[in-house]
Design a protein around this ligand. Structure first.
Ligand code: AMP
Ligand code: MG
Length: 332
């Protein structure tokens, strides 16, 4: 256990996760950069500081490259070209093809509550811009018709992807988890790496040679903790109503939408998911934010290594509900 050398590595300003426990020995290297619209902190310990820094460099190179391919804010990314060129098929980088294919697999597994075709609706609510507001029902209905998973066609022989006219692919729910997994693979190829910690704007990925404590912040309490869990390898992803939201007529509208209604999910402050694979944690956190603890239980049961902590609104206060194996991970 690393807890004796505890130091606070990260306290995500927007709630989410705090991690304690990476050693501060000379053989570690740490850097923070802005990428994919948020801060990424990478900390690696290795047999030498030079190896640790090589690993940090390689992690950032992977995440920056994926940002340039997957961003729906950059007009020249593969993901943006899909929407610009629809309904023409577009040849994308193999890694982008994998990302789209895997996200779609999870979308179907979730019964469609994870829906990367939700872009036109997210855009209409204004969540991609500076001034979101509640849209007109007629316009919303028109956009909702474009969020059809069947309108995304993949041809693996040519690595081509085709969207129906008017559709957009939103990488927001799974992009960070996918990038964390790719960064981990790249770090794992560098000899001598022992412990890696990624803190990616609310998602943690940790792989170490012993267990460490990872704290989940309370969604409304500055630095109060909702839970502390212990593991040696895995990821904690949080989807929250505090990350991007606006208020209108006393109602809070946050950036995670229920594709069945095209409305922001109500009644839930956050969901944190533990899974070994950071992509799985990211996909599940968004899907479970839509489903909630009751409806979400069946989905979680299908992935036995995963667990969740739901922060449910009960009037003005928050009630925590655990699911899967969360209680066995929790240390307080
Ligand atoms: P996350 O923080 O991982 O839960 O991802 C939230 C982001 O995914 C939002 O900011 C939207 O861009 C996008 N999004 C919102 N609702 C959904 C949904 N139901 N399925 C897939 N992506 C969504
Ligand atoms: Mg997610």
């Amino acid at each position: 256990m690393i807890r004796t050398s505890v130091r606070l590595i990260a306290a995500a300003a927007l709630g989410g996760l705090v991690h304690t426990g990476v050693s501060s020995a000379d053989d570690s290297c740490e850097r923070v950069e802005y990428v994919m619209g948020t801060m990424l902190r990478v900390t690696v310990t290795a047999t030498s500081r030079a190896d640790a820094c090589t690993a940090v460099d390689s992690a950032f190179a992977v995440v920056h490259r994926l940002d340039s391919l997957l961003s729906n804010y950059r007009p020249d990314s593969d993901i943006s070209r899909l929407a610009q060129r629809a309904p023409e098929p577009v040849t994308v980088a193999p890694i982008v093809f994998d990302f789209i294919q895997e996200t779609l697999t999870w979308a179907h597994a979730s019964g469609g509550v994870l829906n990367p075709a939700i872009g036109p609706v997210v855009e209409l609510w204004g969540f991609y811009g500076e001034a979101p507001s509640r849209p007109e029902p007629a316009a919303l209905k028109e956009r909702a018709a474009l969020c059809d998973l069947a309108g995304i066609e993949l041809d693996s022989a040519t690595a081509q992807v085709r969207l129906r006219q008017g559709m957009q692919f939103d990488p927001g729910a799974t992009g960070k988890g996918f990038a964390l997994r790719a960064a981990d693979w790249s770090v794992a190829r560098i000899t001598g790496t022992r412990t890696i910690l990624f803190d990616f704007g609310g998602q943690i990925y940790y792989r170490g040679d012993s267990v460490a404590d990872h704290a989940v912040l309370h969604p409304r309490g500055d630095s109060a903790l909702a839970s502390v869990v212990r593991f040696a390898h895995g990821s904690l992803a949080t989807s929250g109503d505090y990350e991007r939201y606006f208020e209108q007529d006393g109602i809070r509208y946050a950036h995670i939408l229920d594709p069945r209604t095209a409305q922001p999910v109500q009644g839930r402050a956050a969901v944190t998911v533990f899974a070994r694979d950071p992509f799985v944690a990211d996909a599940l956190s968004t899907a479970l934010f839509v489903l909630g603890p009751e409806e979400g239980a069946a989905l979680l049961d299908r992935y036995p290594g995963s667990s969740a902590l739901f922060a449910e609104w009960a009037g003005d206060s928050i009630r925590f509900v655990t699911a899967g194996r969360w209680d066995t991970l929790e240390t307080r």
